[in-house]
Design a protein around this ligand. Structure first.
Ligand SMILES: [Fe+2]
Ligand SMILES: [Fe+2]
Length: 401
């Protein structure tokens, strides 16, 4: 009986998915003309994935981006959902139930192909799918053809495609990122951007400014990026003026809006993943989120351990009672960065040069009044901050404004 559908399956850890994966998939789509090609990232349990590995969700999302380059491709998450060790034979059985009356073509790299007899129930695999691989010129393909003969003798149906040799491997790509080397030749543009935006495979032991700029550019538009650079410069200037740590000011200023253009649902996801407390006020005010999700991202993803820097980002929109000098510098720099041109900015700049606290009163009066006018909830941290600086001011601790 003729099968209804032809389904090609391409599984792997895809950590990350790269151009050689894409060209193998494209070659088989051309050869087999399947109804669909399923890209299936293998489950890597969290405890097995080292710090320099991408998580399941990240590998899945990179596959979704790469799938756009492959006709008929879809990403299938059954192995991630099944959890535990991913056995291809289980996946094929499951897929046979989801897509009955289908003919399956299992695509794999040469290294996987030659080791097939070590997989779980290889004979069963041979019954469930046509085994497909590539023979790349330049390498030694003797073993590959030997194994091919062996599998056929065991009843397998196989397809071996001749393809140009490729030197790309996921391991090399991860190493390249870790060592600050370009990867644009190895992965598609969307995956490259994703790797930067999510700070994957980076060396988290040291702060690397050129890479941080790549992260920012991948996460925000040109205007916001310029603003971030300007806040960083202004924060360094204020730190110099008032005796705060300039290096910390530079970093906190640069990263303060890192999630500002991140979609709200992704920000919520970041906050939940890193256990940011979410009360009703926070949940009902997405405008407050980027300070919180940004601080969580900087601490957990970028790996900035310095609490003062993380707090400066966390409270850069609201302020809070008992702010550190660095927190104040970032808070004010966000108002007085070079590109700001709102009415009152000159006054704000003048105050910032005389006293951070008087500039804070001026800035907070603005923002609190604006929120109240729009009947928007006001972050209690902003009120606490305002009250503290106003009371200090009354006691004469703050230069008169
Ligand atoms: Fe901000
Ligand atoms: Fe900002």
């Amino acid at each position: 009986m003729k099968k209804l559908r032809k389904i090609a399956i391409y599984g792997g850890s895809f950590n990350p998915i790269h151009n050689a994966h894409i060209s193998i998939a494209q070659a088989f789509v051309k050869k087999l003309k399947p109804d669909k090609l399923l890209l299936i990232p293998t489950n890597i349990p969290p405890h097995k994935s080292s710090e320099n590995m991408a998580q399941n969700r990240e590998r899945l999302e990179m596959c979704q981006l790469a799938a756009k380059q492959i006709k008929k491709a879809e990403v299938c998450s059954i192995e991630l959902e099944r959890e535990g060790k991913s056995y291809t034979v289980d996946t094929l059985r499951q897929l046979s139930e989801i897509y009955p009356d289908s003919e399956f073509y299992l695509i794999m790299g040469e290294d996987m192909f030659v080791s097939l007899l070590d997989w779980r129930q290889p004979e069963e695999l041979f019954k469930l799918a046509v085994i497909c691989t590539v023979a790349r010129g330049g390498g030694d393909v003797t073993l590959l053809y030997e194994m091919d003969e062996k599998y056929k003798a065991m009843g397998a149906e196989t397809i071996v495609l001749d393809m140009k040799k490729s030197d790309i491997s996921s391991t090399q790509i991860r190493a390249a990122v870790y060592n600050d080397k370009s990867i644009s030749k190895y992965v598609c543009e969307d995956v490259e951007r994703y790797i930067y935006a999510h700070y994957l495979y980076m060396n988290k032991e040291q702060i690397n400014y050129p890479w941080l700029h790549k992260v920012l550019k991948a996460r925000m538009g040109e205007k916001r990026y310029q603003h971030s650079c300007n806040v960083s410069d202004e924060a360094v200037r204020l730190a110099g003026l008032y005796g705060a740590d300039k290096d910390k000011a530079k970093l906190a200023g640069l990263l303060h809006d890192i999630t500002k253009e991140t979609p709200h649902e992704d920000q919520l996801d970041i906050m939940k993943r890193y256990s940011v407390p979410l009360d009703d006020l926070v949940l009902s005010s997405p405008k407050l989120w980027h300070a919180m999700s940004g601080a969580a991202f900087v601490k957990n993803v970028i790996g900035v351990a310095d609490e003062d820097i993380c707090n400066a980002i966390r409270y850069h929109t609201s302020g809070r009672a008992g702010m550190s000098l660095l927190e104040k510098c970032i808070f004010i720099a966000d108002f007085t960065s070079a590109e700001r041109n709102y009415s009152g900015v000159e006054k704000m700049r003048e105050l910032a040069d005389k006293s951070l606290e008087s500039a804070m009163i001026y800035g907070l009066s603005f923002s609190i009044a604006e929120l109240a006018e729009k009947n928007t909830a006001i972050d209690p941290n902003a009120v606490a901050c305002y009250n503290e600086v106003v009371l200090n001011n009354r006691r004469g601790d703050v230069a008169r404004i």
